[in-house]
Design a protein around this ligand. Structure first.
Ligand SMILES: *Cc1c(COP(=O)(O)O)cnc(C)c1O
Length: 397
């Protein structure tokens, strides 16, 4: 197979279309989908050499697959990482990084505002292996510093966070980690590399749920780990090969092709989300709007410093708590009630009763998840239609 030469001066939009492309002798323009579990060898000698690592080539799709490799290379190029490894889901990426990189006696510091399943891994699964943790208010750099212990190995965070879109200072937290010889792991699902590249700010590992904006059309699950060669060689490679959280080549192909339009889609999501957040902020039944690029966002300047756009998610609070939030949900005609996000279709969820239902009322309060809070993933429909739908539903709420 011929590999696409990648000049290192290509810009992000070009990388998203071209990086990592490999062509078969048929010289197809669109990336090929290799739906195969195994690979044949010319001779047993070749099989032996590949297993010994003396020659390159694929052995088995749990270890690697050409379509998956193209997706990994393109994502690594976009995030500015040395290597990428695709996984079946975002959670497979998160749990693999934590379980591969940590051992008994290690300590993790994590931002309290975390995707629910990530919190479960940190709070419920890691302690079973003797890995302790401290949860902090991610937006407070001093809190990260204070939580550090001699045995702290990883700092885990999401920015912007789910669902209140709080921002973590990537440079500040990375500096603290470096001083202590720990690794910063960033869940970049909300921003995508089109809007934010955590490695540029000093982060060491980036994880993705490619299920979200990278797929962009709500079709398939996927995940990605971006890191340096050292973490791959020392921790990740053997773990992934033997535990098997591999992505289906078909899903990898969907997400690889989705990257071609990522930049265009993210621009459109950002433009519409900005418009929708301004509309909501002007509505008398809306008591609070959270959108990273609005000047009234508490970390607006930080958001502008590390992101190229405010993202596709808006959080807002309606007057009248859960009752009003449910009335609004029932009255929507265009926007779907769904806990997914990053779809071409606008989706709304009530975090208190869905994504954050398992948290204690105190934990929800600490995150700012109130009864009237709604999280809206602004899709690619016309922003005027999205605003009209919200407007008529708010009249009922
Ligand atoms: C969805 C999501 C995940 C989990 O990804 P899956 O692909 O559903 O496993 C992790 N982190 C964030 C921020 C997410 O939005």
């Amino acid at each position: 197979m011929a590999t696409n030469k990648k000049p290192n001066n290509w810009k992000k939009r070009t990388l998203a279309v071209r990086a990592g492309t490999m062509r078969t002798p048929f010289q197809e323009t669109s990336e090929a989908l290799f739906l195969t579990s195994g690979y044949a060898y010319e001779a047993p000698e070749e099989a032996e050499a590949r297993f010994k690592g003396e020659i390159g080539g694929y052995q088995y799709s749990r270890f690697g697959n050409p379509t998956v490799s193209m997706f990994e290379e393109r994502m690594a190029a976009l995030e500015g990482a040395e290597v990428g490894r695709a996984t079946a889901t975002g959670m497979a990426a998160v749990s693999s990084v934590l379980l591969a990189g940590l051992k008994t006696g290690d300590h993790v510091v994590a931002a309290r505002a975390m995707f629910g399943s990530c919190l479960h891994v940190v709070e419920q699964i890691l302690p079973r292996f003797g890995i302790t943790h401290t949860l902090v208010d991610g937006s407070d750099v001093g809190a990260w510093e204070k939580a550090m212990k001699p045995e702290t190995r990883m700092l885990f965070l999401e920015t912007p966070s789910n669902p209140t879109l709080s921002i973590v200072d990537l440079k500040g937290v990375s500096k603290i980690a470096d001083k202590h010889g720990a690794l910063v792991v960033v869940d970049n699902a909300f921003a995508t590399p089109a809007l934010q590249r955590p490695i540029e700010f000093g982060a060491h590992i980036v994880v993705h749920s490619t299920t979200k904006f990278i797929d962009g059309q709500g079709r398939a699950l996927g995940g990605m780990i971006l890191c340096d060669k050292k973490f791959l060689d020392d921790h990740l490679q053997t773990f992934l090969r033997n535990t098997g959280p591999s992505i289906s080549p078909f899903n990898a192909w969907l997400h690889l092709k989705s990257l071609e339009t990522l930049d265009l889609r993210m621009r459109a999501h950002c433009e519409s989300a900005a418009k929708v957040s301004d509309f909501l902020a002007g509505h008398r039944k809306v008591t609070r709007v959270l959108y990273p690029f609005r000047p009234d966002h508490p970390q607006h300047n930080l958001a502008r410093a590390q992101m190229e756009g405010g993202g596709g998610v808006v959080a807002f609070e309606v007057e009248g708590g859960k009752k009003a939030a449910f009335k609004l949900g029932n009255a929507l005609g265009l926007i779907d009630v769904s806990n997914n996000l990053g779809d071409a279709k606008s989706l709304i969820t009530h975090p208190e009763t869905t994504t954050h239902q398992k948290l204690t009322p105190e934990a929800r309060a600490a995150l700012g998840v109130t009864s009237g809070l709604l999280r809206l993933s602004v899709g690619l429909e016309d922003a005027d239609d999205i605003c009209s739908d919200l407007d008529q539903a708010l009249k009922v709420a």
